[in-house]
Each structure stands twice: as C-alpha cells, then as structure tokens.
Design a protein around this ligand. Sequence first.
Ligand code: NAP
Length: 430
Amino acid sequence: MRHVAVIGSGPAGYYTAEACQKLFGEAVRVDIVDRLPVPYGLIRTGVAPDHQSIKAVARRYEATALSENVRFVGNVTVGTDVTIPELLALYDAVVLATGAPADRPLSVPGDDLPGVIGSAAFVGWYNGHPDFAALTPPLHGPAVVVGAGNVALDVARILAKTGQEFAGSDIVGHALDHLGRGAHERVTILARRGPHEIAMTPKELGELAHLVRAAPEVDPADLPPHAADAALEPGLRKSVAHLRAFAAATADKPIRLAFDFYAMPITIEGDGRVERVVVERTALDAAGQAHRTGETYTIPAGLVVSCIGYRTPPIEGVPYDATLGRFANVEGRIAPGLYAVGWARRGPTGTIGTNRPDGFLLADHIAADTRGDSGREGRPGLDRLLALRGVDVVTFRDWRRIEEAEVAAARAGAPREKFTSIDAMLAARG
Ligand code: NAP
C-alpha cells in the first residue's frame, strides 16, 4: 500500500489523485488536504463565474473524490494544524498542489494606495473566496487593468457586464450587488508589449465583442503590419485577428474597454486613494522585451487591478525558488518523499487541462521512488494527530451538505450561492 498526501484540492491535486488511482488501483490511499472546508481550489475561486462550462470539470473531480481510496480532508491548514515533517513521517509521498494564490507584486510607487487591488483579491472577491469577502472595489472614475493575459480579460469583462449578463453564473451576491451600484465608463487595459505579444487566448478575447453595454477599443496605429501575422502561432494569430476587428469596429456603447499597448505603469498617485496612473511608453528590443522610452503620460483612475501573474507562497522548510515564485523542484521532485505539481511546480501557466499530464507525470515519479512497503501509517496517523489537536475536519460528505445548501440558496437561474465565510460553510454541514 502506498500512502499519498496531496496538499491542495484544486485541479492539480485532483488530477494527481486520479493518476495515482489509475496507476496503483486498490494499492493506494490518497488524502487530499485543503485549508478551506470546500474543495476544487481554482475551479471554485479562480475560474470566472460566467465561465460555467470550465467550472463543470469539477464533476470529474467528484468522481475521483467519491472513490474509496481517495479522501477529502478539508479545513486543515498545513503548517498550522499539521507540519510537512509530520506528513512526511506518515505518508510515502507528500505532494504540494497548493497552486499560486498570491499576486506577483506590481512594485511601483503607490501600489499600496487604497483602490489598487491585485487580481488574486479581485477574482477571489467576485468568486466568494473567504479571504476577500470584505473587499469593496471602488466603482467611481475610470478603471485601469494592468496586464495582457486572460485574467486581465476576466477582470475587464466582469467590470463591464450588466447584472442581466451574469444570469446563469455563480458570481456571489455581494459582488453582483456591489457591481450593480455603478460602473466605470472606461476600463483601460495596459499592455507593456504589443498586440503580437499578448497572452490572451482567442475565445476569451472574442467575448469582449459581445458585451451588452461595453465595446473594446484598439488604436489601429498600434497594430503591426497585417502580413506579420502569418508568422504567429495559430492561437495568437486568431487573438490578433480579434484585435484587428476591434480596431475596425464602430460600436457605440457607453463603456469603452480601451487597449493601451506599449504602456507600462511606473507610478500610481492619489491623495489617500488612487486617482491616476503615470504610464511610460515602451518599445520592444530585438528579443521582444519591453524597454522604457522616457515618454510618459497620465491616466485618471479610481480603481487599478493588477493582473500580472501569480506566485506560490513559500512553506517553511520547503526549498523555494524566490525568483520564479514557486517551489524549487526538478520535474516535480523537491526532496525525498516531497513533490510539487501544477502551478506550485511550474508556475502559473497553461489551462486547467495542462494540470492533467502534470498529475500523471507525478504519479509515475511516485511509482519509481516508492515501493509500497514502507510501513508508513497514512490516514489513521493523520486522523489521530488532528483529533489530538482538536481540528474540525470537513469530509467530502460534509462538503456535499455544504454544496446542497449553496444550491438551495441560489438566486433564480444560478447554479449556487456560495458561502463566503468559513463559519457559514462549517455551519451548513448541519
Ligand atoms: P499571464 O497569462 O502570464 O499574463 C500576465 C500578463 O501580465 C502578461 O501580459 C505580462 O506581460 C503582464 N505583466 C507581467 N509583469 C508585468 C509588469 N510588471 N508590468 C506590466 N505587465 C506585466 O497571467 P494571467 O493572466 O494571470 O493568467 C495565468 C494563467 O491562467 C494563464 O495561463 C492563463 O491563460 C490562465 N487563465 C485562463 C483563463 C481561461 O482560459 N479562460 C482565464 C484566466 C486565466 P509580458 O508578456 O510582457 O510579461
């Protein structure tokens, strides 16, 4: 028997459990530990609430969760309730699938002014993450979204949608109500490089053309010569085709989603809260990297959301690569018995599905590194430790009661109304 502890119940965690199940069959026990009482990590609190088809992948994880040899151990914080050395003594493999929930810092003067928000907080707020339930993003003045990736698109779209456009989504009530109280007439998306360097994928970018009260805006002068698109990889070429269509469109809608290319924020200013962003024009060098040109201008802003990527927070005693913002590892191996998978292994890139091969690769490593005869105790040992410490463990059966209560509380047409505090989640177990 191999005993595996997976820390984190998001996509990387569940794909690792599924891979272990496929590889070892009945000869494995996987405990998926999460600090929240609810599973699915990024699927629940990262994927945009109006992208329900992506969130539907949770059903697949549920199939894994319901099998006998996989167990959800919720409301347990590694580092506080149980330590990594304790887990290593109990399990043959301890897999860190903790994702990358912390924002990469913008690191410009003024980035700590009220009204400047990182995407982890902003996305967590509209998705009901308990850590960010109290956020109240300012809705006055223009908004500035920094970054040219899919998270910037999510944020700009959520800021621009009408209440009716959230029908069928699971955006939490507090965010829907708050967004209904006002809107930014202009949302500027600051991209430090050009249209050929965006990280936005075509399906997500194309959605901007179909918003009820908002229209994307691209300055044709920013677009490279059309012929240059031929050299792009197909996905990026499609994205650039959307930008060309935005530049040619003349939709007259009250909210403008303005792309500002070759534009890097250098200072955020305001008296007690954000009021403007000082931006510097960039030019690309031969390697395609952005360089400052010395030409600056100012954009008024009542809200700045920085969407420039994420980092994995370090865990005491676990080797960490501070430059890359993730655990130091070689193909997922950190130290004997200790592994990383998904964003905690390779950084915040790729789609949800990219984590599947990651999980399967890791299961292969566990097979190669362990023999299943170590005599480690696994589950009963963890249960004993947690009981001794009075930890209120949430099981998958508990989660299903919480889920039932969320479904029962849904507004008309919505799949669920999420609980946004840990106390409310725990109370909903009945
Ligand atoms: P991302 O794709 O890495 O994009 C980050 C953006 O921030 C890039 O445009 C980057 O520009 C820019 N940036 C980085 N540092 C900056 C700085 N100091 N100043 C200004 N700009 C800066 O990250 P993400 O948008 O957070 O997305 C993370 C992952 O989740 C991606 O793989 C994404 O595709 C995925 N995701 C997918 C979906 C979906 O499929 N619907 C939705 C959300 C997220 P440079 O290129 O110049 O570095």
